[in-house]
Design a protein around this ligand. Structure first.
Ligand SMILES: *Cc1c(COP(=O)(O)O)cnc(C)c1O
Length: 248
């Protein structure tokens, strides 16, 4: 592994190459834009640096290289980091990408910009109730259990439309539903076509919701090992950890 700076450059190069090969004219941006009105979904792509288990010093090193969007898995660890980086807060976007229990929703509603892992109406309702009025609406994605295993978190595809419509009906000044997120089963050694399949499924689920009138523009999919496959299937938010910060 190189430095955080050279790793970031390498990841961006991978993203650019993947866009070229997929014939995708997406602009790599430093923050997820607000809900795109008029713009085609997928016209921008945000690289989320997943900083779980790494300290505020690693986040600062990435900020120095122009990285502004960060993903965290563990609420308490994230709150400590967000607190340590108060001076940088205004330029950063913090995304929760790990599981969220209902006893942690208040802290999350107060500290984060995005939550990717909503899979129950109860959690979304609490986030809406607890989002401070002075802040921009919390941006939400629904986590979909794309491989359908009982052990995994995420809403099942069959239950997704009802949940999406219910979350979209929550007060828009507090929470805004933006799209879908998934964590496919790792497929070591899988070929490109196999890697694309779960991402293709998530894109089709998003398109079905759009066809039913929901204004959604976000596909949070793709990690260090499969970002090319996710870019090819229209990812708008890549969550990349180890390729930037090193092995955990
Ligand atoms: C850890 C994690 C990532 C980043 O994984 P890497 O393989 O390190 O890129 C992305 N998404 C979620 C939900 C994670 O927990």
């Amino acid at each position: 592994m190189g430095s955080i700076g050279s790793n970031l450059q390498e990841v961006k190069r991978r993203i650019e190459t993947a866009c070229e090969q997929a014939g995708r004219d997406a602009q790599l941006v430093t923050h997820v834009p607000s809900l795109s009105t008029g713009k085609a979904p997928g016209s921008s792509l945000t690289l989320l640096a997943v900083s779980k288990t790494f300290g505020a010093d690693a986040v600062l090193a990435a900020i120095a290289q122009g990285q502004h969007a960060f993903g965290e898995n563990y609420v308490q660890e994230a709150l400590t980091k967000i607190d340590a980086l108060t001076a940088q807060r205004a330029q950063l976007q913090w995304h929760l990408i790990g599981p969220l229990q209902s006893n942690k929703t208040r802290a999350v509603a107060e500290a984060f910009d995005w939550v990717h892992t909503v899979d129950r109406l109860k959690i979304a309702t609490r986030l809406a109730e607890q989002r401070p009025a002075g802040l921009a609406p919390l941006q939400l994605c629904l986590q979909v259990n794309i491989s359908g295993e009982a052990s995994k978190s995420g809403v099942l595809p069959a239950e997704l439309p009802a949940l999406a419509h219910a979350v979209a009906a929550l007060p828009p000044e507090r929470v805004q539903l933006r799209g879908l997120m998934s964590i496919p089963e790792p497929q070591p050694g899988a070929d490109a076509a196999a890697q694309r399949r779960p991402h293709c499924l998530l894109r089709e689920l998003l398109m079905a919701l759009q066809a039913h009138g929901l204004a959604l523009d976000t596909l949070s999919m793709g990690m260090s090992a499969d970002l090319e496959a996710a870019v090819a299937e229209g990812s708008t938010l890549l969550r990349v950890g180890s390729a930037i910060f090193g092995a955990r």
